[in-house]
Design a protein around this ligand. Structure first.
Ligand code: SAM
Length: 444
């Protein structure tokens, strides 16, 4: 292979054909064996590794290509996708923004950047971008989907439902559109309508089989046990993608309060849970990130609220995400005037806070994902809980590792402190669960 090989050479044309056919492994082997070192080799190796689900190796090659060709749009795009695949939404945004600057008129660029903002929890930026694109006449399905999803994430439930309807009017077979709309329809039209939409989603071409887990979960939570069991036999079985949500919901059933309510919207569940927390005391959130949930809590609480976060992401890896994921680059969100932020790792920030703030806990939202963070919080607050205190978890059901995460931390806390509790709100779609402490350490 000669060193003056150019991008137009048939060797590289063959490699591109392999990439287009998703034959990434063959492309990698042929590039390593036959391509001279240089920007083209690095660019294509980067693309091939990203496609081969080895984004870290892909990133090495792409960064090398970038050093030589900083304005190469294909490299920027591959870097953006590689960061997205590597679960690094904060860094992915930087690359999608660069790509948008390099190719502002490329088809799909608005939806891609909006999706990157959404994954980085920058819902307002994503929504503004989608709105601007739609105002310019862009109306592809991805942009419509991003708009609806961001409205849902912001808790603008009725607008979100209308936006999902706008998407489904363009493509009535959009499975993710039906799935997203089921959650928003829950509060407005009830669980039966949510179930109808979920069943509709399963009939769309390319539907995600996990929708069956949501159907089974809603049937269990609404007491339609025979129907739920039939779905469990026919559609859930031992399927590792469908089973976790159903198992998690089954673990909740013995604790369901007679007046428990179902939600599909994070903000609505939080506001309801705050309203149910009538024992006076501290209102706390662990895991603030961009401040979306703190906004709901602060608005509903009618008192000072406290948000705790390192703003550096998770302190350790979680499932297939690296430590540091969910960082905001130490940027603090704007919060309501009644919200105070406490920056740092929970083990460092909680002890001095508790020393300065005596008294019980009224409400706590634990949205820090991993077992160790939930355990730190529950252990530190154990003697502040009273009968009537409310604890919301954000990742309690649905994840593959649910038994080892917040569920484990809560069950250990329950056993260690003789806690009696009930579950008065569940949102399978957002994985949230709200518990009311009925008795602790013998006090009822
Ligand atoms: C899922 S995000 C929080 C999302 C937020 N509630 C919202 O509404 O978008 C989890 C956050 O927990 C924080 N976190 C997790 N464990 C932590 C710990 N031990 N100490 C400090 N922050 C932690 C991360 O920095 C991250 O911002």
């Amino acid at each position: 292979m000669t060193a003056d090989l150019t991008e137009s050479d048939s060797f590289f044309a063959d490699i591109r054909a392999l990439l287009a056919a998703r034959r990434h492994r063959v492309a990698i082997r042929r590039l390593k064996e036959g391509a001279p070192r240089g920007v083209t080799r690095d660019r294509l190796l980067g693309l091939a590794y990203v496609g081969h689900r080895a984004p870290t190796t892909g990133l090495l090659h792409l960064r090398r290509a970038l050093a030589v060709a900083p304005d190469d749009a294909e490299v920027a795009q591959a870097l953006a996708l590689a960061h997205q695949a590597a679960n690094a939404p904060f860094d992915a945004v930087r690359w999608f923004e660069r790509l948008a600057r390099l190719t502002p008129n490329a088809p799909g660029i608005a939806a891609a950047l909006a999706g990157a903002y959404r994954r980085d929890a920058r819902y307002r930026d994503a929504l503004a971008l989608a709105d601007r694109a739609i105002a310019r006449g862009v109306s592809d399905l991805d942009t419509l989907f991003e708009r609806a999803t961001c409205l849902a994430c912001l808790g603008r439930d009725d607008d979100a439902l209308a936006a999902f309807h706008a998407l489904l009017a363009v493509d009535p077979e959009h499975a993710a559109g039906w799935f997203g709309s089921h959650a928003q329809a829950m509060h407005r039209h009830g669980a039966d309508e949510a179930l109808r939409r979920l069943r509709r989603a399963t009939r769309c071409g390319g539907a995600n089989g996990k929708y069956w887990a949501f159907i089974c979960a809603l049937l269990l939570l609404t007491g339609r046990t025979a129907e739920a069991e039939a779905v469990a036999v026919e559609q859930i079985g031992d399927n590792p993608k469908r089973r976790p949500l159903v198992d998690g919901v089954r673990a909740l059933l013995p604790h369901l309060a007679p007046d428990h309510r179902l939600f599909g919207s994070s903000g609505r569940l939080l506001r309801h849970a705050v309203a149910q927390a009538t024992t006076p005391g501290l209102v706390l959130e662990f895991g603030v990130r961009r401040g979306t949930s703190l906004e709901h809590i602060a608005d509903a609480a009618g008192q000072e609220v406290h948000g705790f976060d390192s703003f550096e992401g998770l302190p350790e890896g979680w499932v297939n995400t690296p430590a540091g994921v969910l960082t905001t680059g130490r940027q603090l969100p704007d919060v309501r005037p009644n919200a105070r932020l406490h920056v740092g790792w929970f083990d460092d920030s909680l002890p001095p806070f508790l020393a300065a703030h005596p008294g019980p806990v009224r409400f706590v939202n634990i949205d820090s994902d991993i077992y160790s963070s939930a355990r730190t919080v529950l252990t530190a607050l154990a003697d502040r809980f009273r009968p009537g205190s409310v604890v919301v978890f954000d990742e309690y059901i649905g994840n593959h590792s649910w038994r080892e995460d917040e569920h484990r931390a809560f069950q250990e806390f329950v056993a260690a402190h003789r806690v009696a509790y009930d579950c008065f709100a569940v949102s399978p779609f957002t994985k949230q669960v709200a518990f009311r402490i009925r008795a602790i350490g013998g006090a009822a």
